[in-house]
Design a protein around this ligand. Structure first.
Ligand code: CAA
Length: 283
């Protein structure tokens, strides 16, 4: 099946990044938000990113214009009715995602593939809200989407091989590397990342080393681009907490249990870069 038109539900940090890479790859894109204010904010961030590409000489002005010409913003779900692939990047609440997929299932042709950008929720549970579980899968992008080269393609028990192949080809057409993972708590990347972050937080709590030294150790000793505290602040501590809790909920393995301090920081509203304070402070 050929993907020509892509729908993206949600134009926040992830949805806008996904929309940007899709229009840059030549797809027609319709992106939605729950109101005009959020929609405009998301579209402005896409424009700002493309402007930066032009300023840095990575993109021609006419290519930016053409890319933006392929982008349509909407607050109406009916605008997704002729999409070949819809990627949802709405709030990480299973009930919201199921409600959206169920509504899309009623208005889209049988052939439309539904993908979720979820980082921790079950794909088969989302698929159960539709009459097309063979055409539902996860396409998990990473933040910042234009820069990060990975997509975790998550297939449930019911996802068909044809859907996996079409989605993998689509992912590669965006210039990304695609890894194929089973629908299981934390998929692959967060299954590996969560214990590292928890151990870093425990090391800090126990006084093993300072936060800065733990970050430096991981950055220079393991060659990660960011240490675990800087990365947690980038991802958002609410998101880190939610991912840990979701994996722990399913596995009951102590290494996934979110440290109490993480929960306290989330309750205090210290969510990382987006609120100006997390493990570090941001001006
Ligand atoms: N959007 C678009 N481009 C961006 C960007 C953004 N938000 N942030 C940075 N960039 C670009 C910059 O324009 C720059 O490009 P040029 O060098 O061509 O000008 C390039 O990325 C490097 O940026 P900087 O020089 O500002 O900074 P850096 O070298 O420290 O790189 C980084 C920044 C790319 C974020 C890098 O630190 C990095 O890779 N960090 C790790 C990010 C990571 O692990 N993300 C995954 C999080 S987990 C997740 O998303 C999934 C989940 O389920 C939680």
């Amino acid at each position: 099946m050929e993907i020509k038109k892509v729908g993206i539900a949600g134009c926040g940090l992830m949805g806008s990044g996904i929309a940007q890479v899709c229009i840059q790859a030549g797809y027609q894109v319709v992106v939605s938000e729950i109101n005009d204010e959020l929609l405009n904010k998301g579209i402005d961030s896409i424009k700002a990113n493309l402007d930066r590409n032009v300023q840095k000489g990575r993109m021609k002005e006419e290519d930016e214009k053409a890319a933006l010409g392929r982008l349509k913003g909407t607050t109406e779900i009916r605008d997704f009715a002729d999409c070949d692939l819809i990627i949802e990047a709405v709030i990480e609440l299973m009930e919201e995602k199921k409600k959206l997929l169920s509504a899309l299932d009623k208005i889209c042709p049988e052939s439309t593939i539904f993908a979720s950008n979820t980082s921790s929720l079950s794909i088969i549970e989302m698929a159960s809200a539709t009459n097309r579980p063979d055409r539902v899968l996860g396409l998990h992008f990473f933040n910042p989407v234009p820069v990060m080269r990975l997509i975790e393609l998550v297939h449930s028990l019911a996802t068909s091989d044809e859907t996996v192949n079409t989605a993998a080809e689509f992912g590669r057409s965006l210039g990304k590397e695609v890894v194929i993972v089973k629908d299981s708590p934390g998929f692959l990347v967060n299954l590996l990342l969560t214990p590292l972050m928890h151990e870093a937080m425990k090391a800090l709590e126990s006084g093993l080393a300072t936060m800065e030294d733990i970050d430096t150790a991981v950055r220079l000793g393991l060659n990660h681009p960011m240490g675990p505290f800087t990365l947690a602040d980038l991802i958002g501590l609410d998101t880190v907490y939610r991912i840990s809790s979701a994996i722990y909920e399913e596995t009951k393995e102590s290494r996934f249990a979110p440290p109490p301090r993480l929960k306290q920081m989330v309750l205090a509203g210290w969510l990382g870069r987006k609120t100006g304070k997390g493990f570090y402070e941001y001006k």
